[in-house]
Design a protein around this ligand. Structure first.
Ligand SMILES: [Zn+2]
Length: 394
């Protein structure tokens, strides 16, 4: 992904470099929005298949059913089994074909959403996402991350289009534990750091071309909105309240970060996240928690100003995100595991090669090991305790 669109491939004609941005056809957000799902779904398909796990369905099943019925749509629901593996995706494709559905609707977290996007594409029908939490920027994108049964990163799958509809019920998001929103802030803060690196190196983005000004600007807006609103939004969500700050953070985590990462570009932070999925010690952590370690590691690799690094550690500690190896179940003595993580983060094709300079596995190991003392000292100087880490796996 570090290759610019103009780079030579043996035997193939050199493609003309282009700038591009992609997005869902419609994004809808507001408290109670799920009661209007049927209305927004009806123009897309007449035979929807809803995919949700039992916990999420317990919260929203009633509203989804009455909304679809009011729009004259049949209600068919399939249970999602927990991890977006190749096997689970193929199983959902079979269900889609058996039911004759013409649109598949993911209601749930990032894992449900990734599995549904991949199965909708393989079955040749349209797909819609209804995130129940704002813990990742998966809902808007035209790609899915496929994992092994053990939860390790396996591959990115790219699709020719984004969801036809992304519908977010802000009250539903505010009803979930605040740890989900905090994890989403971790995922979304990375967006600007990675888009900035991609812009500096003039690399291709996940959208299949060079970044547009629009993609890069949305990534930066996501960062600005979060620094201004993340802490008051988390206060409100702890009491399950929807305030203007909560609405802004949901939009930043979902829409701005979703468009920003996909069309602004990924770099080191997500590559290091992908590497961390190879460490069994980190499996209990949410995507955004591991991404936060990736963001901090990227800042260190960049030689970012010390004040920027300090601010990032302080702010993300206040958000409740991990900044030390200890908080992700590792230590500086786990050299073998850290070398494995670094090897996976730097394999050919990983987005770390979109950084504006070469990054090798040894650089990643050193940067990761340096987190421990650095973050502890910064927190001590700021009088901050280690964050309380909640289980927020989606
Ligand atoms: Zn992410």
């Amino acid at each position: 992904m570090s290759e610019t669109a103009g780079s030579e491939t043996a035997g193939a004609p050199t493609p003309v470099p282009v700038r591009t941005i992609i997005s869902p056809s419609r994004y809808v957000q507001g408290p109670g929005a799920i009661t209007r799902l049927g209305e927004f779904l009806a123009p897309i398909g007449s035979s929807p298949l809803i995919v949700a796990d039992d916990i999420v369905w317990g919260f929203v099943g009633h509203d989804v059913e009455s909304s679809l019925k009011a729009a004259g749509l049949p209600v068919r629901k399939e249970k999602f089994n927990g991890i977006p593996t190749a096997v689970e995706i193929d199983r959902l494709v079979d269900v889609i074909k058996e039911t004759g559905a013409d649109v598949v609707v993911a209601v749930g977290g990032g894992s449900t959403i990734d599995a549904v996007k991949a199965s909708g594409f393989l079955a040749g029908i349209r797909w819609v996402t209804v995130p129940s939490v704002a813990s990742t920027d998966a809902p808007t994108s035209a790609l899915a991350v496929v994992y092994t049964e053990e939860g390790a990163f396996e591959e990115y799958r790219f699709f020719p289009r984004n969801p036809d509809l992304v519908l977010v019920d802000s009250q539903l998001v505010a009803n979930a534990p605040a740890a989900f929103l905090a994890a989403g802030v971790g995922d979304a803060l990375a967006t600007w750091l990675e888009a900035r690196a991609t812009s500096r190196s003039n690399s291709n983005t996940m959208a299949g071309g060079l970044p547009t000004l629009a993609g890069t600007a949305l990534a930066q807006l996501s960062w600005d909105v979060l620094w201004e609103n993340a802490l008051p939004a988390l206060d409100a969500v702890r009491d399950h309240l929807v305030t203007p700050s909560v609405e802004k953070v949901i939009e930043a985590n979902t829409l701005l970060s979703g468009l920003g990462f996909e069309s602004g570009g990924l770099a080191a932070a997500h590559a290091i996240h992908n590497g961390l999925t190879a460490a069994p010690q980190a499996h209990g952590l949410a995507h955004g928690q591991k991404v936060n370690i990736g963001s901090l590691t990227q800042l260190i690799l960049e030689g970012a100003p010390t004040s920027d690094i300090r601010d990032f550690i302080e702010f993300t500690t206040r958000v409740g995100l991990p900044t030390t190896l200890t908080e992700i179940g590792l230590s500086v003595d786990d050299t073998d595991v850290l070398q494995l993580v670094a090897r996976e983060a730097t394999v050919p094709g990983e987005t770390i090669h979109a950084m504006p300079f070469e990054v090798g596995a040894a650089d990643v190991v050193s940067a990761l090991k340096s987190l421990e003392r650095l973050s502890r000292r910064v927190r001590d100087e700021a009088g901050l305790a280690a964050p309380e880490l909640y289980h927020a796996k989606h």
